[in-house]
Design a protein around this ligand. Structure first.
Ligand code: GDP
Length: 318
């Protein structure tokens, strides 16, 4: 019988307060898993090897869904590269090591679509990893995430650990970071249009030229894919998780405008970077395994905006 997660299995979700971690916990609860363990940043500093080892010894998780990490948008990555590389290298090294040492039965590691080479052919196939130079604006982050991914392979090879990995595209949804400086484009746009609506300002500024193309996956869909892979996938190769469809930033901005503040106009600030011209994942491997996303972009943005409105007062409205 394959060693799958049963409803009472002890499952550690790292980073449960973040966009992805909170969605994974929601999904586990939805699917009837009753023994999910988490640790806040105050309880456990995932960058601290000693603390992580001790926590694993004390709690003995059987399965690990490792989604913690320092993440941020184009500006945060460009201005805090030292923190991005240090935090992520440490977090991945400690969690993987402790999982190996404490005999975790299976672990899922999440990469990110921005760790593929900047100019690789589109849509991006899993095998393009490490075939060319990285995008400069998030190189430090990418190198740390690649180190985590290669670590999974290494633990599989050397110790036979069941460490699998998935490569999600750009994500969005409840519990995202809506801060204007450090966030990714989709929450930033929701926040910008909502701020303009409240202030009755007619123009909203979008960074760059509006020409780059990006793919967006609703985070609850990603969480479902994570559990699907935990239960159904054993291979050494990473698996792209996305929708297989991309949009121009200008189209995205217009969609958010229509939902949040149809009376406004868009202005482009060309002094801000565009970043990589296109990022679209080839999701045929995932589709072949039997999983496809379900939430259309428009619906996902509506749900995210609703969540933002309900939580805006206590959430990053600085
Ligand atoms: P990336 O996918 O790593 O480049 O990260 P982002 O999500 O931060 O940016 C995606 C694209 O959206 C880039 O071309 C940005 O220039 C563009 N963009 C437009 N307006 C904004 C904004 O207000 N915030 C962010 N973060 N990006 C924006």
């Amino acid at each position: 019988m394959p060693d799958v997660m049963t409803s009472h299995a002890k499952i550690f979700v790292s980073g449960h307060r973040g966009l992805v971690g909170s969605a994974v916990v929601r999904q586990l609860q939805r699917q009837g898993f009753t023994n999910v363990v988490t640790a806040t940043r105050q309880e456990l500093d995932l960058r601290d090897p000693q603390a992580v080892r001790q926590w694993f010894k004390d709690h003995r998780p059987e399965f690990v869904i490792h989604v913690a990490g320092k993440v941020g948008g184009i500006n945060a990555n460009a201005t805090e590269p030292a923190d991005f590389i240090y935090d992520n290298l440490m977090i991945h090294a400690t969690v993987l090591r402790a999982s190996y040492e404490c005999d975790v039965r299976k672990l899922l590691y999440l990469g990110s679509s921005c760790i593929y080479p900047r100019d690789c052919p589109q849509p991006i196939k899993e095998e393009y990893l490490l075939t060319g130079p990285l995008e400069a604006t998030n190189r430090a982050y990418a190198v740390a995430k690649i180190a985590g991914l290669v670590s999974c392979e290494a633990y599989r090879t050397q110790f036979g650990c069941r460490f699998i990995s998935a490569m999600p595209t750009n994500l969005y949804g409840p519990h995202d970071n809506f801060d204007l400086v450090s966030s990714h484009v989709l929450p930033a746009l929701i926040r910008k249009f909502d701020d303009a609506r409240r202030a009755q300002q007619s123009t909203v500024t979008v960074w760059g030229t509006g020409q780059p193309r990006r793919e967006f996956l609703f985070v609850d869909d990603l969480a479902e894919a994570c559990l699907f892979l935990m239960q159904n996938y054993e291979g050494p190769d990473t698996i792209n998780v996305g929708t297989g469809e991309d949009v121009m930033i200008a189209e995205l901005a217009d969609t958010v405008r229509q939902i949040v503040y149809p009376g406004s106009e868009i202005r482009y600030d060309r002094t801000k970077p565009d970043g990589t011209p296109r990022k679209l994942l080839d999701v045929s491997r995932l589709h072949k395994l039997g999983w496809a996303h379900r939430t259309p972009l428009m619906e996902g943005i509506r749900m995210t905006y609703q969540w933002f409105l309900e939580h805006a007062s206590q959430h990053q409205r600085r």
